[in-house]
Design a binder for this molecule. Structure first.
Ligand code: C5P
Length: 205
């Protein structure tokens, strides 16, 4: 069984994907982490994230980079969003994601284009959304708990810019697959969002 979980930043898709993987006993891949590693590698090698050749070269990042805590930062998220517009980068990361999806027994993948490009045959497809306000508030609380001071308005502006770029890129833009179940987590807490996702996945299997 393949479970595809797509949606914008801070929608709750990562938490939901992990919970579904636990629930169904499946391995999980956070595909955003791959794009983040490419973004970080461009930075470490002094390349230009907007230059396709530099971003493509960065796809050969060492696996050890996936454990770099800096990958989770907002700055790296922004770089990931910039390198991910290049078709050559998306092609370079395709096999790794496709291979993960096709492993015997199945898998859960979360990202932006899992249900549309990476695993269009997935038995379960969820498109997780939430309002910009709800997502910015979550990010704000998360950063506050880490002792980081960032203005809520700046977080909201950054999220909106990233959404805009992800939705409007030519290659594999962020959009729900026609057969995806929509899950709006704006008014749901963590446990309620997970319960709703499990219910939707059970319907799809
Ligand atoms: O999900 P996360 O915020 O970690 O993803 C970082 C960036 O990587 C996204 O803003 C998006 O531009 C890109 N991405 C993508 N396709 C995926 C996963 C992430 O383009 N499947």
């Amino acid at each position: 069984m393949i479970i595809a979980v797509d949606g914008p930043t801070a929608s709750g898709k990562g938490t939901i994907a992990k919970a579904l993987a636990d629930h169904f006993g499946l391995p999980h891949l956070d595909t955003g982490l791959l794009y983040r590693a490419v973004g970080r590698q461009v930075e470490l090698t002094g390349g230009d994230p907007d230059r396709e050749a530099d971003a493509l070269a960065a796809c050969a990042f060492p696996d050890s980079l996936l454990a770099d805590p800096e990958l989770r930062s907002e700055a790296t998220g922004g770089l990931a969003s910039r390198v991910s517009v290049h078709p050559a980068v998306r092609r370079a990361l395709y096999e790794r994601q496709r291979g993960f999806a096709l492993q015997p027994g199945g898998a859960v993948l979360d990202g932006r284009d899992i249900g549309t490009v990476i695993a269009p045959e997935a038995e379960v497809k969820l498109f997780v959304t939430a309002s910009v306000e709800a997502r910015a508030q979550r990010r704000f609380l998360e950063m506050e708990s880490q002792g980081r001071q960032v203005a809520l308005a700046d977080i909201a502006a950054d999220l909106a810019a990233r959404d805009e770029r992800d939705r409007n890129r030519k290659d594999a833009p962020l959009r729900a697959a026609g057969d995806a179940a929509l899950l709006d987590t704006s008014d749901l807490n963590r446990d309620a969002a997970i319960a709703a996702a499990i219910a939707l996945a059970d319907e799809g299997t």
